[in-house]
Design a protein around this ligand. Structure first.
Ligand code: M6R
Length: 604
């Protein structure tokens, strides 16, 4: 939530900052702002609306300077207005503050500051930091920030600049912050894509770190000022991977990347000859007698698929939880519990707090994560990277498919170690997994047919998605994708649950997407399709190539390639992603920046 970019060096700061914010706009797009030091003063321009509004407005300002900071906002406290946009400053205007996170005690701090004569111009929690730092400032900006943070608590990635010092003072707790290292220039950002045009050498700040970033170098300390050693990491993501590559939207580009992503996720890890997988994990899979999986949104549906895979192949009991619920339900956890969290960003605060809860209670912890160096990876005992590359589209697609592949590998890893998965079955399953990139490639060819269905139903008010067993989460993921980017109301249900209530919704206006791929439960799903048809519902079935049965009952059938029924979610989700995408395009929606959403949710 919120994107931050800071620059000090020899280039035009406004260009570096706008370019970086563009790459971070997936983190929030309610307003944007920039401060650049021009002729010894920090000039601030900030605007409600997307970054382009700010970019247009900058044409009327001369912000030429080599030192500055910028922000793109996802609103928490205060509506998306010009005054609530960052950077925040005070009446004197010599200090600017950019903040991502929530200052939990901002109200008492604000009252105190007002009583001491400060005038506030925004409704944000962040503005208190500008006033607090101003109050503490006696010529040493670093000391002023440190003193202010001793009084404020909550979550923050904080970036502060003063017109008299060519240094960017930053601090983080909970919200991510990364420093990019250049020659004669240095950078600050919320996430790596903003840095990729300039450097791949980065330092990921940890909770409780502060840093002073100047042209010449970077000094990292703790909040008390004690020096701290942080590793310089070379990131492997290419600039091209973080750009659209000729596609109209990041989401479409990422959907098309999925075959390559699967190759990366599975690459070097499947070993049919040994009937196993090599995941490089330190954890001992035989030590645990139960598994808890926590995640949010799309990653939660990957957790749900993971439950079926682990229970089927490793015969271990698995509980799954939406992360924001897990930590408050006082889960029963002991040192025989393996707690797995799944996250693309590795920064989702609900997921981070849930895994912390499991760790506190003695569980072994494993992250299934995309973003290297992210907060969760630093807190778990072990990480299985999904290698999906940078995902920019707010609606997650390629990360989901990579999560599914990772969960399948984990199930084989545990199943083989626990002796519940025999060699022959493991080899066959791994053989099926190896085919997945090709099958997903084939599924992408469904786009013209799916676009036709999307056009046919794009004016529907509601959609229903049904799926059974391991395809129930696919139904939920299909509904989530449609909701997120087309704003059409979509519900998902396990297919067998429909008759217990949702069946009342069915009439001739309701498109019902049914996952009816081959599985031991296929006949039951076909019965559910007939129940929908008998009530006039319009069925869009996702079936396995070669199926001749389903088309008797469905208006539209999307045929996906045959695979093992436990891997069917990987190929079946592709037409559902395309359905959401094409529907949103028909409706003229902003596919990559759907309203109210942000890619990385770092507030509770
Ligand atoms: O970064 P994470 O995987 O932890 O994010 C979890 C959810 O916020 C995310 O999947 C969200 O639901 C997406 N917008 C789904 O498209």
């Amino acid at each position: 939530m919120c994107g931050i970019v800071g620059y000090v060096g020899f280039r035009e700061a406004s260009e570096v900052i706008l370019d970086g914010l563009k790459r971070l706009e997936y983190r929030g797009y309610d307003s944007a702002g920039i401060a650049v030091k021009v002729n010894g003063h920090l000039e601030v321009v900030k605007k409600a609306g997307k970054l382009q509004v700010l970019a247009d407005s900058l044409k009327e300002h001369n912000l030429s300077g080599q030192f500055g900071v910028g922000h793109t906002r996802w609103a928490t406290h205060g509506a998306p207005t010009d005054p609530n946009a960052h950077p925040h400053t005070t009446e004197k205007g010599d200090i600017v503050v950019i903040h991502n996170g929530i200052i939990e005690n901002y109200l008492p701090l604000k009252e105190g500051l007002i009583a001491r004569g400060h005038t506030f111009t925004s409704e944000t929690d962040s503005e208190v930091l500008a006033h607090l730092i101003e109050e503490k400032y006696r010529g040493d900006l670093v000391e002023a920030v440190r003193l202010a943070l001793a009084e404020a608590y909550g979550a923050y990635a904080l970036v502060v600049a003063h017109q008299d010092h060519e240094e960017i003072v930053v601090a983080r707790t909970v919200s991510p912050l990364v420093i990019g290292l250049g020659e004669g220039e240095n950078f600050v950002a919320s996430d790596v894509p903003a840095l990729l045009p300039y450097t791949r050498r980065v330092i990921f700040l940890h909770d409780g770190d502060m840093a002073v970033v100047t042209r010449e170098g970077v000094k990292v300390t703790d909040l008390a000022g004690n020096p701290v050693e942080r590793e310089v990491v070379t990131v492997e993501w290419s600039l091209e991977a973080a750009e659209k590559g000729g596609h109209p939207h990041y989401m479409l580009k990422e959907i098309y990347e999925q075959p390559r992503v699967l190759e990366n996720t599975l690459g070097g890890r499947l070993h049919e000859e040994e009937a196993g997988v090599e995941l490089g994990l330190k954890l001992d899979p035989t030590h645990y007698d139960k598994v808890h999986i926590v995640a949010c949104g799309t990653a939660y549906y990957a957790a749900w698929v993971g439950k079926y895979l682990l229970e089927a192949l490793a015969r271990v009991p698995v509980e799954i939880d939406v992360a924001s619920e897990y930590r408050y339900r006082d889960p029963v956890v002991d040192d025989k519990t393996l707690a797995i969290c799944i996250s693309q960003s590795g920064e989702t605060i609900d997921t981070l707090e849930a895994i912390r809860e499991a760790k506190r209670k003695g569980a072994g912890t494993l992250g299934v994560i995309n973003a290297k160096g992210s907060s969760i990876t630093r807190e778990v005992d072990d990480t299985l990277y999904i290698h999906a590359g940078p995902e920019i589209g707010v609606a997650s697609t390629k990360a989901y498919i990579a999560m599914l592949a990772a969960m399948a590998m984990l199930a084989v890893w545990m199943g083989r170690a626990r002796g519940s998965l025999d060699e022959k079955t493991a080899r066959e399953f791994l053989g099926e997994m190896r085919k997945l990139p090709r099958l997903v490639e084939e599924a992408l060819e469904l786009r013209p047919q799916v676009a036709h269905i999307a056009e046919k139903y794009h004016q529907a008010q509601d959609y229903l998605f049904l799926g059974r067993h391991i395809q129930a989460p696919t139904a939920y993921e299909g509904a989530l994708k449609l909701k997120e980017i087309s704003y059409i109301h979509a519900e998902a249900y396990p297919a067998g649950e429909m008759k217990h209530g949702p069946i009342a919704l069915i009439d001739e206006r309701l498109p019902v997407v049914v996952l009816a791929t081959q599985s031991p439960f296929y006949e039951k799903t076909v019965s559910n399709i007939q129940e929908v048809r008998a009530r006039g519902g319009r069925v869009i079935a996702v079936a396995t190539e070669g199926d001749t049965e389903v088309k008797k009952f469905a208006q539209d059938v999307i045929y996906v390639p045959q695979t093992h029924h436990l891997l069917a979610p990987v190929v079946s989700v592709v037409p559902l992603q395309l359905l959401a995408y094409e529907t949103a395009v028909f409706l003229g929606r902003d596919v990559d920046q759907p309203r109210n959403l942000a890619k990385s949710v770092t507030v509770e």
